[in-house]
Design a protein around this ligand. Sequence first.
Ligand SMILES: *[C@@H]1O[C@H](CO)[C@@H](O)[C@H](O)[C@H]1NC(C)=O
Ligand SMILES: *[C@@H]1O[C@H](CO)[C@@H](O)[C@H](O)[C@H]1NC(C)=O
Length: 262
Amino acid sequence: MRSYLTSLAAIAASIPFIDAHGYVSGIVVGGKWQSGWNPSYQYSSTAPAVAGWTTTVTDNGFVTPADYAGPDIICHKGATAAPTSVAVAAGSTIGLEWTVWPDSHKGPVLDYLASCPGDDCTSVDKSALEFFKIDAGGYINSTGNGGSWASDQLIANNNTWTLTIPSNLKPGGYVLRHEIIALHSAGSTDGAQNYPQCINLKVTGSGTVLPTDTVKGTALYKATDPGILINIYQTLTSYTIPGPAIPSALKAAAKRGMAFVA
Ligand SMILES: *[C@@H]1O[C@H](CO)[C@@H](O)[C@H](O)[C@H]1NC(C)=O
Ligand SMILES: *[C@@H]1O[C@H](CO)[C@@H](O)[C@H](O)[C@H]1NC(C)=O
């Protein structure tokens, strides 16, 4: 029995990860790098305690519009709360390093926060999280097949997305929900691909704003949203970034989002 289990574990450990899509492997705050959740940790009995939420993602895959009302859209497949947090001051930046991103997978990059009850995100119930958007990039211009998108900016920036934590955000424990939505097949119903990644943050500062106009993860998107069901290989004159608007009470972070909402 024991050797049977041992060999099962060996087989599991050797399952290859298709690296075509990638995941957030690094979190950079104030020049300091921390490891994110590596999906291969799910096969390790000694997975390091990181601030990236655990998942059961096996192929760096995605969640589809058919699952927008289900739990996997919140923080990716089988996600559970991370045991630690990344400390970050309101008003400062956080860099999210993806292992790789294919340039064919064009689309918006979005960032949301949800406040954790009692500021403790380590055992939070994801279905209770109430999200508000703090940052987003969408369609930029028509250069290239399918145009230039926030995903192309991420690739050009060392596969890294850098966002600012709103300077007037109330300090506390938050779940950061970072996401790329790939639209290369989004001209057909259920063709968009969502790649959410969640990270626990401990936000410091003296801000006072905690948005109350929030949305559950399972209510962020609909399959027919104009920014979800869209053929990007046509001439676009505008693009509506999916999800709720950035609350107007939040400072600074809205800059990029507003600039790219055509
Ligand atoms: C389109 O956007 C890309 C990415 O930001 C940029 O490199 C390129 O110069 C832009 N092209 C035009 C014509 O503005
Ligand atoms: C680019 O990202 C890699 C990790 O993917 C990191 O090791 C490296 O330091 C980054 N380079 C710069 C210039 O930030």
